[in-house]
Ligand binder design. Sequence first.
Ligand code: N0T
Length: 523
Amino acid sequence: ALSTGPALAADAPLPRMVSEQGRHALLVDGKPFLILGAQVNNSSNYPAALPAVWPAVKEVGANTLQVPIAWEQIEPKEGQYDFSFVDHLLDQARANNVRLIPLWFATWKNNGPNYAPAWVKLNNDRFPRVVEAKGIIRNSLSPHGKETLEADKRAFAALMRHLKKVDPQRTVIMVQVENEVGTYGAIRDHGPTAEKLFNGPVPADLIKAMGKKPGKWRDVFDKDADEFFHAWHIGRFCDEVAAAGKREYDLPMYVNAALRDPFKDQDPYTYSAGGPTWNVLDIWKAAAPGIDFLAPDIYMAEYAPYVTTLEQYGRPDNALMVAEMGSKAVYARYLFAVLGRQGIGYSPFGLDYTGYANAPLGAEKITPETLAPFTLAYRAVTPIADLIAEKSLKGKVWGGAEPEAVHAEQITLGDAPWKVELSYGLGQFGMDKPPGNPVPKGGAVIIEMAKDDYLITGVHVRVDFQSMRDGRGRIFDRVEEGRFVNGSWVVDRVWNGDQTDYGLNLTDRAQILRVTLATYPTK
Ligand code: N0T
């Protein structure tokens, strides 16, 4: 059944990505949109699973849900399409007031074709697999399979054509192409087609993008040649799949990455080689100009690798979105680190009540109790999510999350004469040295509304400002707690006395503060 939602006079504007001065936003209904996401478990892409999905989505307060659409379910027999789940999902998403990001599980789902239909994954002649250097055949399909590419493109185009027809409301805001592409247990394909290409010249576009002299792969890229070759060809494949989809229905599209070690040169045999890992982002950018951005799946719970990954993927030429991450409590606070780095959103993985939990990557169980830190982070940010997305595009948003070993962070607010200090683990009264929370859980986001006028929200953090002007001390002109009603700021009360004497303590109340800063002479 098609949507029962309100009839629209005209189609809503198409969601799209915009960039300004190296900053990015996803526009939904013509306005910057912040993805406060949730991703369901892998096998929750059937009507029978959805009743266990919506209560978790509601509990956590996500505004966007990522759900797999499997090639095997939309094209079980070649050329015969079944979009009944897609339609059911659209209906229920609208009823639950969330946007959707369908995940196209097709040629690659975590390196393998397990979500491809039987007529694909069981036909090795027509749809060849990657042959590893010593001749072992891997499960991963080869990016050099022409028939594979054409079949994937046809199915994806059919999906996008269908979405265009049934979704004038733009419940679907973007689409993930494949899932964690690349190959485990081989650095590239060594089949006959691959060998011929590998012993030929590096394509001119790539030579140009990398600033290299023309030549054969090994001569140009030396020890990186195998991985760069695989990345280029998987990137080209994904670009072609995306282009086939966009020709039908031009939505933003991204590719997610299974990561390699963010700090050192991990052996490509030990990760999903050829996927958009940090060392091949430039290769991917050249190979897949039609992919809007490359998005990390972060299953590293510690601060240093998490934040380093944000810095690797947030670039002037790449919008930052954490496409997946662990559901353990310690991940929740990273929302504020993502926002502080111009992120367009994040999405914890496996947020449904189907009874599956991917510990040790994520929480041991998914229950309202284990979701609580995410629920709090989303409650703190939701009332000003649109504003954050809008101001972030303008470079007026800062933020941070609690590290494990350092208990305070100072952030310079652009050109303004203020520094903000985030400190963790303090009580609300007094001026001790911050000890950190027993388990790191704090974070805050700061938005400049006008000169000396800031909006703040956060969790388990003390926020304070320092004057950077010589001979001038910081004083609060006014600290208001309030909310926006139809776009206008409404004050509920003014904070003063104990509530401001030692900084602004945000705990578990999801309060929004508006702070007007001033100075007084200190000499
Ligand atoms: C993810 C998820 C799902 C440092 C795992 C993570 C999802 C896929 N893969 O539950 O399968 O569809 O994208 C791979 C993480 C590798 C381990 C890194 C440990």
